[in-house]
Design a protein. Structure first.
Length: 148
């Protein structure tokens, strides 16, 4: 069965209206659940963002370190060498990528998870139960931090 186009680990083109806008770095979406990944990608692409994907924490770290990535939208619990390592490792990468922003988009709604993500270096936490406008608003807010 062929892979769904949103799940291919490539950079997606911006929509036609955005071709006149300056090129912005890519948003990396990290999730090990294909349905959740497709949902986030379809919303970001429809809003005009260039996106790429990773299915686990190790893949996310490789992509951030090898591609121009401005914002990471990541599930808190993705397969990785030591569980929640992806948020902490990305935050450490800010030593040489100071403009990197991290939005944790998680299905886990416990206050301890949100507190851990923020303490580890996430710029924001959004629960997957939030509506699409909340997701796009958080992405636009973080994306605009360096372009305002």
């Amino acid at each position: 069965m062929p892979a769904h186009p949103f799940l291919l680990p490539t950079v997606f083109a911006l929509n036609a209206r955005s071709r006149h806008l300056p090129v912005r770095p890519t948003i990396l979406v990290v999730d090990d659940q294909p349905a959740a990944l497709e949902s986030v990608l379809s919303r970001l692409v429809a809003a005009g963002f260039a996106t790429t994907v990773a299915f686990d924490g190790d893949g996310a770290l490789r992509r951030v370190r090898s591609q121009l990535t401005h914002l990471v939208v990541a599930e808190l619990y993705v397969p990785c060498a030591d569980g929640r390592c992806v948020v902490a490792a990305l935050a450490r990468d800010r030593l040489w990528l100071p403009r990197l922003r991290i939005l944790v988009h998680t299905r886990h709604e416990l206050p301890v998870d949100e507190a851990w993500a923020l303490a580890a270096g996430a710029d924001g936490v959004l629960h997957k139960s939030a509506d699409v406008n909340a997701l796009l608003g958080a992405v636009r807010r973080l994306d605009a931090m360096d372009y305002a």
